[in-house]
Design a protein around this ligand. Sequence first.
Ligand SMILES: [Zn+2]
Length: 264
Amino acid sequence: MKKLTSTFSINQKPKPDDIIVSINPKKEILFNKKSKTFFHPLSNKSKKAYKIFDQDDVSIYLVDEIDDLNEDLEYLAKRYLYAHLDEGSLTLISRAFQIYDWIYKQKFCSRTGNQLSDVNDDLSKFCTSCEREYFPKMSPCVLVAVTHNERILLVKHNNEIRTLSTVIAGFVELGESLEDCVQREVHEEVGLQVTNIKYFESQSWPFPNQLMMAFSAEAINDKVEIDNKEILEANWYEKDNLPTIPPEPSLSNKLIKSTLKSML
Ligand SMILES: [Zn+2]
C-alpha cells in the first residue's frame, strides 16, 4: 500500500479518481468482500465528504453511511475487522474512526453544555458560549516488554481477550512521564522494579483513541507478584516456548517478536 499522509479539509470536493472510506452511525466500516478492501471508488451520490489523507495524487475522503450498497459491500463491526487488518489498513481505520467520532459524536461543550460549532479545517470546534476552542483528544498508553536473563514476562489481562498472553500495558497518568508510567505500571501489575528502559515504536489504536508507545525494560529480579484485579497470570517465557500472543499488526506482537530476536 502507498504511503498515507494525514491531512484534513472540510471544503475540498473529491475528484473522480479519489477514494472514499465510509463509517455508519453504529461505528461499522464499509468493506468490499470481493476485493478485501476498506477503500472504495467515489459513489455517485453526493454526500458531505471530509478529506482525511493524501496518497500520492489521489485523496481519501471520509463519508457517513451510504444507502445503496451492491452485493460486494457490507458494513463490518469492530470484532470482524481484526481479520482484515494490516499496517496500512490500521493507519486508515485509526484516523477514520477517530475523526468520525470527533465530527459526528462530539457535539457539546464539556463546560457549558452548549452546542459546539461544526468542525473547522484545523479539526477544531468552537463554543460560542465560553469562547473556547476544542480539539480531538487521544489517550497515551505504554506497552512494556519486561525481560530477565533471556526470558520475557507475558501476562494475561483480566479483559475480553483472556486467551492471549501479552506485555504489560497501561494508560499514562496526568503529570507523568512515559518512563515513570513504565515503572509504575510494571510495579502495579507484577510487583517488579525495572531498569534500562528503552523506547521501541509507537502505533495509533482506534478502539477508541489510544496512542500506544512500546518499551522494553529489564527486571532487577524475577519475583513476580501479580495484581489480581488487572492480571490473571504472569509467567516468564524462553524464546522457544511462547504461549499464544496477540496477532499482527498489533504493536504488542511486534514488540514481543523484536524483544525475542534480541535474545541470544
Ligand atoms: Zn463552552
